[in-house]
Design a protein around this ligand. Structure first.
Ligand code: SAH
Length: 681
């Protein structure tokens, strides 16, 4: 069997469908999966085990046999816990074939083959009866089907079906219940991920303000969840306007309904401010009494308890449809709407007294449809991109550089996706700007979009003029790794014949930088687990390792490092430069060298990022923003993902003595636009 995988080609900037062998998808899935992270989640594992033991005891105390249904068994971990706790039999369901195979091996290795039957099916396909997958309905239902939004992985329909067809009435469920919590906040930083703020441009003839069009102002945005490591959001970046409120709960031991519905709570702001964001997280009670609780609450909610780091469950940021000024003590209603897989929020002001009619009126207000972007900007720009465009410091660098290079008779061509550069260039006095327009600012006749690929550009597109300023941020929506934005260089090469002999290219060059780091936590996602709560899960470790090694050279992975603290062990080092004033060379760009380690620590990996040199003395970094202090703490660009290359030998603790330097070999293949790298400790 062949699979087709969509991947952006950094030399053309467009998506291509590559034929890959059957194994490719599977290896990607395993290598980038969260299984390792889940196995390292001690807090989760301990509490599941406690909850499972308690549920098995309750069933046994009733004099019944304990028959367990484990939906989404993964490695088989929760079934093995149940079997060890004395369950009579476990049905372990797993839809993903490679995982079901792994579960069989792991169960066998741990000696539970007679107690656990692994069934490679989606739970809704499982049959019950003498000839069926399960002999009888189960009386204990164990699952771990939750994502950061709780229901995004389809927990509700799965539970609904299981209660109808697979478990007995009055069954025990682990977890017993889940509760979703919310807190209303004002946060310019997070709000900047949804709205385009007005952009101020100091031009020769006074200040000009670029305003977003009204359809964009009122656009509800997109329904996809915004999940982040909220614990990395400093308290100075938001103001809490309400207490933490319980939004809704789901009791997993009773029939569950997955149909769309809404929940509403009464809310009184503890502070006046602008209601913009609903922060949300959940907890699960493993037992009915609520004594065994596993929570995703962020640091300011329970400051005394130790936080468990995990990446498979984080916290959610929801954007209200519009910013709403609220007063301390005022009566508000917060509504959570949900369908089978996602949640969205609405805020309403209570009008006068709380009578029946008022209630009814509010119900009518409830928006039952999930947010759908009408302005199209939310389809073009993801949330970090909105944040980037709203970053005034960054914009200032571009304005300063444009001012240096623009002349009144400049003919500009901009190559970047959804960029504001053409508008800035126009405001700064360029006569003619190609590629982009912005209705709200009445620039239709000043800025022209060319709907052609760079290699198909014709003189007529440019009204037979030559380009005097070629600009880009550069930013392309298809870029995954930092160097994929080098598509700008390929596009620049493609339009070479249209450039004036004295053309200015902005940025004039780019450079690739590398730094060796020790991660506080991120290393866990690539670290083998070995024994998990007494169960040997090495088979899983081996599988992940195999998949990571599937490609001859390991690949760097994109991670937004502002969410994943690390300490620098070396100085940042420039390793390659890309000269945009010239065309892309035919030959590869390679470099070799070494990075000295200045601080003690575990070299978990190398971080790589790009810096763009806009004009003389003006650069923007998509990676490190601040040189680290003596302790090596780093500040990363909050809008970009950096590339992380993990050193598996260190993560797997094979290297015992501290190295003093790391050597590297880095190769930019100009034919493919990809960077291959190798590091040695
Ligand atoms: N139970 C394991 C793994 C949890 S990850 C643990 O706690 O460590 C969730 C797993 O459930 C994934 O492997 C996924 O493939 C599987 N899954 C999700 N929904 C399912 C369903 N309805 N039926 C069968 N498997 C499902």
């Amino acid at each position: 069997m062949k699979t087709f995988c969509g991947r952006a080609n950094p030399t053309t900037g467009s998506m291509e469908w590559l034929e890959e062998g059957e194994d490719y998808d599977y290896h990607q899935e395993i290598a980038r999966s969260r299984y390792a992270d889940m196995l390292h989640d001690k807090d989760r594992n301990v509490k599941y085990y406690q909850g499972i033991r308690a549920a098995v005891s309750r069933v046994k105390e009733r004099g019944e046999k304990a028959i367990v249904l484990d939906i989404g068994t993964g490695t088989g971990l929760l079934s093995m816990m149940a079997a060890s706790a004395g369950a009579d039999f476990c049905y372990a369901i797993e839809v993903f074939k490679p995982m079901a195979n792994a579960a069989v091996k792991i169960v066998e290795k741990n000696g539970f083959s007679d107690k656990i039957k692994v069934i490679n099916k989606h739970s809704t396909e499982v049959t019950v009866g003498p000839e069926g997958d399960m002999q009888c309905r189960a009386n204990i239902l164990v699952t771990e089907l939750f994502d950061t939004e709780l229901i995004g992985e389809g927990a509700l329909p799965t539970y609904e079906h299981a209660h109808k067809y697979l478990v007995q009435e009055g069954c025990e469920a682990v977890p017993h219940r889940a509760t979703v919590y919310v807190q209303l906040v004002e946060s310019k930083r997070m709000w900047s991920w949804k709205k385009l703020f007005p952009v101020r441009v100091e031009a020769e003839d006074g200040e000009k303000i670029l305003v977003p069009p009204s359809e964009m102002e009122n656009c509800p945005g997109v329904p996809s969840v915004c999940d982040i490591q909220l614990n990395q959001m400093p308290s100075s970046d938001f103001t809490t306007l309400s207490d933490v409120v319980t939004m809704f709960s789901v009791d997993f031991s009773k029939p569950v309904q997955s149909a769309s519905t809404y929940y509403r709570v009464h809310l009184e702001p503890v502070k006046s401010g602008k209601a913009q964001i609903v922060l949300s997280w959940w907890d699960i009670d493993m037992d009915p009494s609520g004594m065994i609780n596993c929570t995703m609450a962020p640091y300011w909610v329970k400051p005394t308890s130790a936080l468990q780091w995990r990446d498979h469950w984080m916290q959610c940021v929801y954007f209200l449809p519009n910013e709403e000024p609220v007063l301390q003590g005022e009566k508000l209603y917060l509504t959570a709407c949900r369908d089978e897989y996602s949640v969205w929020y609405n805020l309403q002001k209570a009008r006068g007294g709380e009578n029946k009619a008022d209630e009814e009126e509010h119900k009518a207000d409830v928006c039952v449809e999930s947010p759908v972007c009408r302005c199209r900007a939310h389809l073009l720009w993801n949330r970090p991109r909105f944040g980037e465009l709203n970053d005034q410091n960054r914009t200032r660098q571009y304005i300063k550089s444009l001012r240096k290079v623009l002349k009144t008779d400049s003919v500009c061509l901009c190559i970047s996706d959804g960029s504001l550069l053409p508008v800035l260039a126009h405001y700064l006095g360029a006569k003619q700007v190609q590629y982009f327009f912005f209705k709200a600012n009445h620039l239709e006749d000043k800025i022209k979009i060319i709907e052609a690929r760079p290699e198909l550009l014709k003189p007529s597109h440019l009204e037979d003029k030559k380009i005097s300023v070629l600009m880009g941020e550069p930013f392309f929506t298809t870029s995954l790794l930092p160097w994929h934005n080098l598509y700008f260089w390929y596009a620049r090469t493609a339009v070479s014949t249209h450039l004036a002999s004295n053309v200015t290219v902005l940025p004039q060059s780019a450079s690739l930088h590398v730094m060796i780091v020790e991660f506080q936590d991120l290393w866990r996602i690539r670290s083998p687990c070995g024994i998990c709560e007494g169960f040997d899960v090495q088979t899983m470790d081996d599988m992940i390792k195999d998949s990571l090694n599937f490609r001859e050279s390991k690949e760097a992975e994109p991670h937004p490092l502002w969410e994943y603290p690390c300490k620098s062990l070396s100085d940042p080092q420039e390793v390659l430069t890309f000269d945009f004033t010239k065309t892309v060379p035919q030959h590869c760009l390679s470099t070799e060298g070494s990075v000295n380690l200045l601080r003690k620590g575990k070299s978990h990996g190398a971080v790589l990022w790009m810096e763009y040199h806009l004009a003389a003395d003006i650069s923007v970094s998509t990676g490190l923003m601040q040189m680290s202090n003596e302790k090596g703490n780093c500040e990363w660009n909050p809008h970009c993902k950096q590339a992380v290359y993990f050193f598996s030998s260190v993560i797997e603790s094979e290297i015992l003595s501290d190295p003093t330097a790391v050597t590297y070999a880095i190769n930019f293949d100009t034919k493919t636009g990809e960077i291959a790298m190798d590091f040695k400790l």
